[in-house]
Design a binder for this molecule. Structure first.
Ligand code: DC
Length: 222
């Protein structure tokens, strides 16, 4: 039964370090990993490519439910195309945040996300993993960091991937995206009840991973 399979839900704002921490925790435990943001980015990429109006909820939801996607060896495949790099562009991230406000788009992606819950366990990273998608998760973490620390991380990520980046623009985009993700009516970004709060502004990824693993071990011994 799916509900007996453990889930660690890690939610938080953009560039809070969720992806790195979640992947390392999953690797350490031998768990599967769900990058739910990638699903919203994929839907946004499909809409941008199709020239669909991002405000057209029904059309974007139809695109989202028809996507043929696979995660293979760290690659994100759309059909047979590797779009791992394309979905990381800032335009795609901002568009993902816009379409994620549509309830029909969120509904279209629910079954896909639940399908990642496989033995021996799952680390799920996103905005509503602990509140909406896996409310029975055995461990819920809300990861944050100051806007300045997050903008610096995003800057480094983009430059490392060969994308152009500007700190002031990034800080502005990040604040706008936080506001949109937190203030939307459908599954807004907020800590789940009982979530452990972890501010990683002055932490290394290793320290954050160690803290999540310690909470996980404690939750298993309850
Ligand atoms: O985590 P990310 O930056 O890759 O996510 C891109 C956008 O997708 C984010 O701004 C909001 C949306 N998102 C969401 O609404 N719910 C999720 N579970 C994951 C992402």
């Amino acid at each position: 039964m799916a509900s007996s399979i453990p889930v660690i839900a890690i939610d938080g704002p953009t560039a809070s370090g969720k992806g790195t921490v979640s992947q390392r925790v999953a690797q350490h435990l031998g768990f599967h990993y769900l990058d739910s943001g990638a699903l919203y980015r994929l839907a946004a990429l499909c809409a941008l490519r199709a020239g669909t109006d991002l405000a057209d909820e029904a059309s974007v939801a139809a695109l989202a439910s028809g996507m043929k996607i696979r995660f293979v060896d760290g690659q994100v495949l759309l059909g047979s195309e590797d779009v791992s790099t394309a979905i990381r562009a800032e335009e795609v991230g901002n568009s993902a945040s816009r379409i994620a406000a549509h309830p029909a788009v969120r509904t279209a992606l629910v079954a896909l996300q639940l399908g990642f819950r496989c033995a021996p366990g799952l680390v799920a990273d996103g905005r509503d993993m602990g509140t909406v998608i896996f409310p029975d998760a055995g461990l819920k973490v809300f990861l944050t960091a100051s806007a300045q620390a997050r903008a610096q991380r995003r800057y480094k990520q983009l430059i490392d991937k060969g994308f152009p980046a500007n700190m002031l623009d990034l800080l502005k985009d990040l604040n706008e995206r936080d506001a949109r993700d937190s203030n939307r009516a459908a599954s807004p970004l907020r800590p789940a009840e009982g979530a452990h709060l972890l501010d990683t502004s002055d932490m290394t990824a290793e320290q954050a991973v160690a803290q999540v693993l310690a909470w996980h071990a404690a939750s298993r011994s309850l």
